[in-house]
Design a protein around this ligand. Sequence first.
Ligand code: ADP
Ligand code: MG
Length: 450
Amino acid sequence: MAWPLLSHFASMLKNPQVGFSDPELKQCTVEMNHLGQPKARSGNFATVYRGFRPDGKEFAIRVFNRRQDERLEHYRTISEYLQDRSMSSMVRFKYDQQGIRSAGDGKLYPLLTMDWVPGDTLFEWLGFNCREGCVRALSMAAGDWLNLVRELADHGVVHGDLQHGNVMVSPEGHFKLVDYDCMGVPSLIGRRNLETGLPPYQHPGRNGDTCLFSGLDNFSAIVIYVALRALAASPGLWRVYVDKIGYDRILFREDDFREPASSPLYRDLAKSPDEQVRDLAHDLFELPSRDLRDVPPIDEFLQGCKSSRGAVVPAQPHSFRNAAFPSTRPVGTGRNPSQSPGAHVRPETKAKAASGKARRRGPPTTPSAAIGSPHPSGASQQPLARAGQSIRPKPGRPPLPSRSVPTAARRPAEPRSQWMWWFAGSAAALASVCILMALCLIVWLLFYRQ
Ligand SMILES: Nc1ncnc2c1ncn2[C@@H]1O[C@H](COP(=O)(O)OP(=O)(O)O)[C@@H](O)[C@H]1O
Ligand SMILES: [Mg+2]
């Protein structure tokens, strides 16, 4: 049976009375774009619209772009598991196997309704905060990301597709996950993956045969954490690796992981002004050479990271729920950088200050140094047997560039260029004085010598 076209669902959304099977949804309205069509947010496998209930409350309407036989059982299982749990990173959802009508054949098709998450995708949020140089917001986001990953692990939940479009940043600055198509809960462990997740956030060893297992999110959680830390240290990376080339992912490419030795991003991360970023990047780029199932959970990865070992850790990581890290802007208004605590501070200045601190005192203990911070449950505090173990690259794979970068390369670029300017200025001044003296000599010789 052919699956309906997107336009078949869209035209039904203009007429909820007919389009929806649920009596309550029949009363709703759907957000329209400037052409008078339902305003769609598209991913790969579903299309999402914003609906308004009769009381004005927003909700997400998610229609699927293709048939998936296991979907009903999948959503039934995860909603049963999650119904008594309170997870701040997730939103409520309801799956209806026969929820929306297609204008093509008049039949009913699956529909997922969810709480609407106002705000931006992680991609949009990062783009804005990097361009504005909001290093404090970026640092805090890294800490909050750790808390989100730990919350999932505490509840035995695997998201399955952690990536820039499935992580939303609410106006209050909270991370919320959407898109639960790949989600795994304990009773689904061992089942076939419905999707394989978005590269390059996924380990290269993940494919259609990969079964759900508790560590499925480990690689993507680490990739996103390292990206957040790297951007907090050098927000300018966004301009080079995303804006300038019109890339639609956060920094990393599949090629970077396949050939780290020839990756410009890897070289730049190895020169990060933040020592921990240099070490994290080094360790991250070694993960693809491990088996997918050997990628450690993020806390174990951080414990193994050279510069975080023995770090003084904060007694309590700052609360994700009370987090004050700013969102991009209030929903429905223009961009407002003044909302961000770090918005008015030039990124280079902060990056330099951060690098200076790191050199003087070792790993900082502020939220920006959430690396190695304790698990709320106290887990992962023991040094792990694997910590610091060196990983041999697979045969045939070029060895990673060394972790120890020459001192000159570690220095941020700005001070070196300042010295160059200083020398150039002095040389120019000296040359001017010499020319002036030569002129005086010529004048003296011509007019006064006789
Ligand atoms: N509950 C929600 N609230 C607000 N926006 C959402 C919600 N769910 C999804 N979106 C938006 O729709 C986009 C696509 O949705 P998603 O569920 O990720 O589809 P896909 O499975 O195709 O990736 C997301 O990147 C996000 O911008
Ligand atoms: Mg998605």
